[in-house]
Design a protein around this ligand. Structure first.
Ligand code: AHN
Ligand code: ZN
Length: 334
């Protein structure tokens, strides 16, 4: 072999070895990087937009069934869902309440791809509680709450998801339901307890009379009180009992997205809420994403069913954590 050839051979060998070594090291650093950063599949949930949807509902005044603000807000919600391309169906009925009075129910349902077989159900209640019965002052207990967190926050997040669904569709069908009359349970200042299930009247009605005959969804997610700062969505017990795989999917997705602080791996109590009739009537195995506390008397945030449940209590970061997590789950669904 000529000297030049030998020289060239050695150069080629050394370059090759260096290439293999560098490739090895870059491979391993790349693997570490992949393990650490999760690549999000869903479009970015816009928390400013969700915040405005909460603000707009609250601006109508307390959405107490039978009042003008309630009726105006209902029209607004129908208009928004239609604007964002959902097929909207309204369900109206009259029910008799614990005090014997007649109350009108107005459930608002927005469907995406109603022809698709595989469906995910997203829901929240849009009415607000007629009494702030967790206030200490008795006079204040009879006033209606603004319900920024309790009601408007879940609806606001779902309106933002509706807006996103129009811009970028998902593979499965999605139904968004705004349930009425969740929050007219008997107030604590009543002295006579009337036997019956007085919470969740809108969802009870829908579960018995779905908007489409034999309606069934693969699973459902309820958003209730998702707006206050440092919300903690503990694993609510009925959710674990009826839909444990959905709980695992949602909580692990939240953790991958970096929202583990909002979705800690801790159990909450059993909460009677709109997911209960949906689970019991088997319309969908459903979970409740709800801010639960272990260190308050009620088990909810300190503003719960008080006059403090207003816009001062709404934090975009909490809307983002719940909204982006739900979006990630549905955008991955096939
Ligand atoms: C009970 O306290 C029985 N249920 C609470 C459900 C609820 C009320 N969510 C919001 N407001
Ligand atoms: Zn409430």
């Amino acid at each position: 072999m000529k000297r030049a050839t030998v020289f060239f051979f050695y150069i080629a060998l050394i370059t090759g070895m260096m290439f293999m070594l560098s490739c090895n090291s870059c491979q391993s650093t790349r693997n570490i990087a992949v393990n650490q950063s999760y690549v999000q599949h869903s479009p970015a949930f816009n928390a400013d937009s969700a915040y405005r949807f909460v603000e707009q509902q609250v601006a109508f005044g307390p959405r107490v069934p039978g009042t003008q603000p309630h009726s105006d807000c209902g029209d607004y919600l129908v208009a928004k869902l239609s604007e964002y391309g959902a097929q909207v169906v309204q369900q109206r009925a009259d029910i008799t309440h614990y005090d014997g009075s007649n109350l009108p129910i107005r459930n608002i349902i927005g469907s995406y791809h109603p022809e698709k077989e595989r469906r995910v159900l997203l829901f929240a209640h849009w009415d607000s509680r007629p009494f702030a019965d967790e206030e200490s002052d008795e006079e204040r207990q009879r006033q209606p709450i603004a319900g920024a967190d309790d009601g408007a926050s879940g609806v606001g997040v779902l309106l933002e998801i509706a807006r996103q669904l129009q811009q970028q569709p998902v593979e499965v069908g999605v139904d968004i339901i705004f349930f009425d009359l969740e929050d007219w349970g008997q107030p604590s200042f009543d002295t006579q307890f009337v036997e019956g299930d007085w919470w969740c009247l809108g969802s009870q009605y829908w579960a018995e009379h779905p908007h489409r005959e034999d309606y069934k969804a693969a699973y459902g997610m309820l958003l209730d009180m998702v707006g206050s700062p440092n919300a903690t969505f503990l694993k609510e017990e009925y959710s674990v009992q009826y839909a444990s795989s959905v709980v695992e999917k949602v909580w692990s997705t939240a953790t991958k997205l970096g929202y583990g602080n909002y979705f800690p791996s801790q159990r909450g109590g059993y909460i009677t809420d709109d997911h209960l009739p949906v689970n019991k009537q088997q319309r969908a195995p459903s979970i409740n994403i709800i801010n639960l506390k272990r260190d308050t008397r009620t088990g909810f945030g300190p503003h719960w069913h008080t006059l403090n449940d207003d816009m001062r209590n709404i934090d975009r970061n909490s809307l983002k954590a719940s909204g982006q997590t739900v979006m990630e789950v549905i955008y991955l669904e096939r």
